[in-house]
Design a protein around this ligand. Structure first.
Ligand code: MLT
Length: 387
């Protein structure tokens, strides 16, 4: 069977590959511990499940959902933005429900990238930004995220010719995979740069609620003028442990939201209304489960950082996300270190170079594994590095 040319330039999806590998090893009886995908092990809070159960019994929810999301869900997102960031949104034109933020992130490229257009993509990054650029026929231009720049892109180093031809720029803070965080000043610089070159900023803020040590992640949209050129992608997956439910949203510039809507209404029919009602409960109901979750991730973060320091790896406790971005020991590459850990310790970590060339020299550890398994993984990693 001959696939379309565009498929040939896209590697298989990173986390699907990792899942396959884990399944193969487990079939052989190997007790693999995965610190790979960022899929919270903690369950969805019960009040959200109750809301789903109730909504699922309502025949009103059994019909096609509203394409752009129910107005009630969009209003709940707007209420959350006002409460959390002090940002006002018009629920009708500036908020759109997504079937998980991943699909919106991928579809936005089809709304704005013509073949040959540039998209400015952080490197390392969540793989979807680059693959969606390629799917749309665009050219990904890599913005290196370097340790010396606190893993923030340096806008002044972007080729001005390319900037003129760029249509979209993706950002993500708190950052996957480096766990770096950004402040409002950084977003101000991003907005200024984007306005100079007439580039749309898409900010992936999936980890906005996963922060520690008193740090609160800002919204891109808090910055003056951001809504003129920016949208933000949010997700209920990580804060409310709803990865399997597939519920997210895009908010911000109404023309960008409308263009995304043209793509989406032609390829999907929206998210199940009952799930959106549960999403309203998540956003507007009690928030104490968020703090409980953060204290679990903080405990795990500290355990991982302490263990890695004991074996001589220089790791700072991240202020955001449930990832730890770990420089590999001397003599290893990202891949050879990840392979060694798999072989000697049966522990899966993601090699940094899978997120882009500038991820070389790092691996990503996800903290979304129960404490006892994480402790066991740390014991095995320590042992594998001690001889
Ligand atoms: C990750 O591990 O980077 C994410 O969980 C993947 C995703 O959000 O799709």
């Amino acid at each position: 069977m001959k696939t379309a040319e565009r498929i040939k330039q896209i590697p298989p999806y990173l986390f699907a590959q990792i899942d396959k590998k884990i399944a193969e090893l487990r079939k052989k009886g190997i007790d693999v511990i995965s610190l790979g995908v960022g899929d919270p092990d903690l369950p969805t809070p019960p009040n959200i499940i109750d809301a789903l159960e109730k909504a699922a019994r309502d025949p009103e929810c059994h019909k096609y959902p509203d394409y752009e999301g129910s107005l009630d869900f969009r209003k709940a997102v707007a209420t959350y933005y006002r409460r959390r960031f002090g940002v006002d949104l018009d629920p009708e034109s500036e908020v759109m429900a997504l079937i998980g933020s991943k699909e919106g992130i991928a579809h936005i490229f089809f709304a704005f990238i013509d073949p040959g257009d540039y998209a400015l993509i952080p490197d390392p990054a969540y793989p979807v930004y680059k693959t969606a650029t390629l799917f749309a026929g665009g050219i990904p231009y890599s913005m290196p995220l370097l340790k010396e720049n606190n893993f923030l892109p340096d806008f002044s180093s972007i080729d001005t010719e390319i900037a003129r031809k760029a249509k979209l720029m993706f950002l993500c803070y708190p950052n996957n995979p480096t766990a770096a965080v950004a402040d409002e000043k950084f977003f101000e610089e991003a907005v200024e740069f984007a306005k100079t070159y007439d580039i749309i900023i898409c900010h992936d803020s999936a980890y906005a609620e996963v922060t520690f040590d008193g740090y609160k992640a800002p919204s891109l949209l808090s910055v003056k003028g951001a809504k003129d050129i920016g949208v933000e992608f949010g997700s209920l997956s990580k804060p409310y442990r709803m990865t399997g439910w597939r519920l997210g949203y895009a908010v911000g510039n109404k023309d960008v939201i409308a263009a995304l809507g043209i793509i989406k209404t032609n390829v999907d029919s929206g998210q199940f209304t009952a799930i959106q009602r549960a999403g309203i409960e998540a956003l507007l109901g009690p928030q104490n489960s968020l703090d409980e979750m953060l204290s679990v991730f903080k405990r795990r973060r500290d355990l991982v950082v302490e263990t890695l320091r004991e074996v001589g790896l220089e790791v700072e406790p991240p202020k955001g996300t449930f990832y730890v971005w770990v420089p590999v020991p001397e003599g290893y590459t990202s891949s050879s270190f990840a392979e060694m850990l798999l072989e000697k310790a049966a522990v899966v970590v993601t090699p940094g170079n899978a997120y882009g060339d500038h991820g070389e020299g790092y691996v990503r550890i996800s903290l979304t594994t129960p404490d006892d398994r994480l402790k066991e993984a740390m014991r095995r990693i320590k042992e594998s590095l001690s001889f």
